[in-house]
Design a protein around this ligand. Structure first.
Ligand SMILES: CC(C)(COP(=O)(O)OP(=O)(O)OC[C@H]1O[C@@H](n2cnc3c(N)ncnc32)[C@H](O)[C@@H]1OP(=O)(O)O)[C@@H](O)C(=O)NCCC(=O)NCCS
Length: 162
């Protein structure tokens, strides 16, 4: 079992570790901490609720292991997804899909009409996730990524306010 909560300070070390494991240009703890102060940012975290042994006292209440997260920034009616990642052991359980759908649900009432993201052209798992959620390609940035150099697909989804 897991719950989805807004990003809090105590999540940051685990997210930074997942970032370092998953990405060649990871967000570090300082950059993640900056998002807590950023009024344009909305990050959501999926926390394990079922593993008491994994829970730690943080001063902000008990919290479970971070299983995944999604980060976004919004500018007027457009939101950009900055990152989505799930812990390797928690993959293919619908977590990334749930995080993305919850993000949509929280952004739509704020007047967001479009969500845009970039993805490595070879990242078949992420592309399948996004296409399954209704994202379609609207552009291509040649050589956008480094380490290794690779094109970025620009994907977008229109969302509607409830
Ligand atoms: C991409 C990633 C976020 C998917 O997370 P996840 O929690 O495993 O995804 P979900 O379980 O919600 O999968 C939803 C759908 O995405 C697609 N999908 C996810 N992983 C896939 C894979 N390895 N191969 C093919 N399709 C995949 C499937 O359509 C899946 O639906 P299904 O399981 O019913 O077939 C995860 O693999 C990850 O963190 N990768 C490393 C970081 C990364 O590349 N992030 C994206 C940056 S743009």
């Amino acid at each position: 079992m897991y719950k989805i909560t807004p990003l809090k300070h105590h999540h940051i070390p685990e997210i930074a570790a997942l970032e370092a494991a998953a990405f060649s240009a990871p967000w570090d703890e300082a950059a993640l901490g900056g998002e807590l102060e950023n009024p344009l940012a909305l990050w959501l975290v999926a926390e394990d609720e079922g593993n008491a042994a994994a829970q730690t006292k943080t001063g902000e209440g008990e919290t479970g292991t971070v299983l995944g997260y999604v980060g976004s920034q919004t500018c007027f009616e457009e939101a950009d997804i900055l990152n989505v990642c799930t812990a390797p052991a928690a993959r293919r359980r619908g977590l990334a899909r749930a995080l993305m759908l919850e993000l949509e649900a929280q952004l739509a009432p704020k007047g967001v009409e479009r969500i845009t993201l970039e993805v490595r052209a070879s990242n078949d798992a992420a592309i399948a996730l996004y296409e399954g959620l209704g994202y379609t390609q609207v552009g291509l940035r040649k050589g956008y990524y480094e380490k290794p150099r690779e094109d970025a697909l620009i994907l977008q989804k229109r969302i509607v306010s409830p």
